[in-house]
Design a protein around this ligand. Structure first.
Ligand code: SF4
Length: 181
């Protein structure tokens, strides 16, 4: 089976790639993350992924757009509940690309993160699969999260300090300064 793995970052992707390969699934990475800001952060995560992909001979499709304005326009109406829009942007594009480029299925490294809304992402991915007529390869990668982080530290990957969007960076600032409990 050929699957298109949406990748949010190399620290999250490495164990997803390893475990899918262990299942004899042919994996291609897909970089599309309009949610990552500012550009320096976007570039650090993208470049780290490029290096990792080269090291493990992972084919990588890049939709390389730094898209602050389209992203903010998408989520501005309801910033508190923005993650659903963020998942939709990324997972629908992944499903569309998987269909257009002849993959059997798609999934995402987001499913390794204990910090994401796993059930919401799953529901979005299922909708994307139905919309584009391509299989969503569901895997709960969360038990591998710790191993992925360890691998990333051992290999000196770039490690981000917030989820990705300007709003998550703001939340980190507010929490660090105890402005919100
Ligand atoms: S917090 Fe993370 S998942 Fe939610 S909108 Fe921001 S980047 Fe996307």
């Amino acid at each position: 089976m050929k699957t298109l793995l949406h990748i949010c970052c190399a620290p999250c992707a490495n164990q997803c790639v390893t475990s899918l390969r262990e299942e004899n699934i042919e994996v291609t990475g897909f970089w599309y993350n309009p949610n990552i800001h500012p550009f320096t952060e976007y570039r650090s995560r993208r470049n780290c992924l490029r290096e990792y992909a080269k090291d493990v001979e992972l084919p990588l499709i890049e939709q390389d757009q730094y898209a602050l304005r389209p992203f903010v326009r998408e989520v501005a109406e309801d910033i508190a509940h923005r993650c659903v829009k963020c998942y939709e942007m990324r997972l629908f594009q992944t499903a569309k690309t998987a269909k257009e480029q002849g993959f059997d299925s798609f999934t995402s490294s987001l499913f390794i993160s204990p910090y994401q809304n796993h059930e919401l992402m799953k529901a979005v991915a299922e909708r994307a699969a139905e919309t584009y007529g391509v299989e969503f390869l569901y895997r709960d990668f969360r038990p591998l999260f710790k191993a992925g982080q360890e691998h990333a530290r051992e290999h000196c990957f770039y490690m981000q300090k917030y989820c990705g969007c300007v709003f998550s960076e703001e939340e980190r600032y507010l929490k660090a300064n105890k402005i919100i409990p």
